[in-house]
Design a protein around this ligand. Structure first.
Ligand code: 6GU
Length: 243
């Protein structure tokens, strides 16, 4: 997968060189390039923002540097996907990450200030798939940290990036539930014992216990997810897992 990131703060993305995604880049599974939006300005001050029409606080990102950047980066055949992190977007989720992981080319447009001139996205939508995504109901100063989170969620789903594909299956949100609790040695630690069933070697009983833990934890911490699950079961028939 190829990923281009456009930002006025390229330094935000220096952490891409470390950890899982860093190795994926070295291994040639992910080709990530970070671009400075100011490289597509033409004035002496490399201006990227201006005051909003209609008034109000804050600044708006000017359209032309974005158009220049996107004309340089989007594939002319329309196969790129433009991801615009914004608190006004659709809520990002594991199913959305799975969808993006099948894309061949992602371009992240990281806005700052009060966002990008709205015409840019209409213009871009005539050239590629455009998706505005939010991490959740809170406000960040810009799209950079959100883009990093989305890229990590998407990148680890690209085949080969996570060494053991099994570890992708049994984790929170993959089946619509929160993950079961995990334990390692020693079996008793500071007076606390590991649940005995995990030491039993009885794999069916362990699976059953883990499933019950998932359901209990999800009901307690994220009852909204149980409602989604019930909805899906109604649509797909009983016992059909979310995929
Ligand atoms: Cl994607 N961007 C910004 N600026 N704030 C956010 C967000 C995104 N998601 C939640 N808050």
């Amino acid at each position: 997968m190829r990923v281009d990131i456009v930002t006025i703060f390229p330094a935000f993305f220096s952490v891409l060189d470390v950890s899982l995604l860093g190795r994926a880049r070295q291994d040639g599974l992910l080709y990530v390039q970070v671009h400075d939006l100011r490289d597509w300005t033409t004035d002496r001050h490399r201006t990227v923002d201006d005051t909003p029409y209609g008034g109000g606080a804050g600044m708006v990102m000017k359209p032309e540097p974005w158009a220049q950047a996107l004309e340089a980066l989007l594939r002319p055949d329309g196969t790129s996907t433009l991801v615009v992190p914004t608190p006004a977007g659709t809520r990002f989720s594991q199913p959305i990450a799975r969808g993006l992981a099948t894309a061949d080319h992602l371009v992240f447009a990281c806005g700052r200030y009060e966002g990008i001139d709205a015409r840019v996205l209409d213009w871009a939508a005539e050239r590629c798939r455009v998706t505005e995504l939010s991490l959740g109901d809170y406000v960040l100063n810009g799209g950079e940290v959100a883009a990093m989170a989305m890229l990590e969620a998407v990148g680890r789903l690209v085949p080969g990036v996570v060494g053991n594909p099994e570890s992708l299956v049994e984790e929170s949100h993959e089946d619509g539930l929160l993950e079961y609790p995990s334990y390692t040695k020693p079996s008793t630690w500071r007076g606390r014992s590991v649940p005995p069933v995990l030491l039993s070697g009885h794999h069916a009983a362990i699976d059953e216990w883990r499933r019950a833990q998932q359901l209990e934890r999800t009901r307690r911490i994220r009852p909204d997810l149980i409602e989604l699950l019930d909805h899906d079961a109604g649509a797909a028939g009983p016992g059909v897992p979310r995929s």
